[in-house]
Design a protein around this ligand. Structure first.
Ligand SMILES: [Zn+2]
Length: 80
């Protein structure tokens, strides 16, 4: 599961889509659906920032998620 994915309303650990602050216990300020993503925002300022340019933030999150999945699979590669 991605650390920005707030699609599970009971998830107790998710990061703010804007400032990457960790939000625990479902205490987000808002959740927003954007394309495939359900994202959590920690405060009104982050929500405003996200809504002003959602595509930029979603692109950043997608590249972070992609880098993480690459790193994960790289660890599984056998040593040369
Ligand atoms: Zn935030």
């Amino acid at each position: 599961m991605n650390q920005f994915d707030a699609s599970d309303g009971n998830c107790d650990h998710v990061q703010c889509a804007v400032c990457e602050k960790v939000i625990t216990g479902g205490k987000w300020f808002a959740r927003l659906k954007h394309g495939e993503w359900m994202l959590a925002l920690c405060c009104p300022l982050c929500t405003e920032a996200f809504e002003s340019k959602p595509d930029a933030y979603v692109r950043r999150i997608e590249s972070l998620a992609y880098m993480q999945s690459c790193r994960g699979s790289a660890l599984d590669l056998p040593l040369p």
